[in-house]
Design a protein. Structure first.
Length: 171
């Protein structure tokens, strides 16, 4: 699943099976909107790019982002600094809550660490929408390593800035 050559612009989109042409068309449009909104946001995100994060998948309200723990990301205990895991979870959260093409920012976040990440680990943060209201949303993010071990859980609360990530009239 991990590919060092992949960039934010190259996505693997999760596929779902739908019944009926109307549902398929709505789902396809929703996926394309999610992809374009997240690509637009990430193309301007220098912090996540500097950490080597890459988008693995995105659909409306859901996103997966991965990264490799480098030697410059470990603390004095020779484990990944907690802030690195928080940043990975926060990026997946941002991708999920901006996937509807409405600019959202974090109102609050909390992380709980289960086990340490080690230098060389490949981490994947998967964000899922729990609730989406008119002005706010709640998202849960789990971070796993390459052995599918749960390292941390994160909950983010978003607030809408009520403007589009991109103008839907442009291609």
């Amino acid at each position: 699943m991990y590919d060092n050559n992949r960039t934010f612009g190259q996505l693997i989109v999760l596929r779902t099976h739908n019944i009926g042409d109307k549902m398929e068309n709505e789902t396809t449009k929703s996926k394309e909107t999610a992809r374009k909104a997240v690509e637009t946001m990430l193309n301007a995100d220098k912090a996540s790019a500097a950490m080597g994060m890459e988008l693995i998948a995105v659909t409306s309200g859901h996103a997966s982002v991965s990264m490799k723990v480098r030697s410059d990301m470990v603390n004095g205990h020779d484990i990944a600094h907690g802030g690195i895991l928080f940043m990975l979870a926060d990026t997946a959260f941002a991708c999920a809550c901006n996937s509807h093409n409405i600019v959202n920012v974090a109102a609050s976040c909390q992380i709980n660490f289960m086990r340490p990440a080690l230098c060389g680990d490949h981490l994947t943060a998967t964000a899922k929408e729990v609730n989406l209201g008119r002005r706010s949303g709640v998202y849960d993010v789990s971070i796993h390593n390459q052995h599918e071990k749960l390292l941390a859980v994160f909950r983010g609360n978003s607030v809408s800035l009520n403007k589009p990530v991109f103008d839907e009239g442009t291609k």
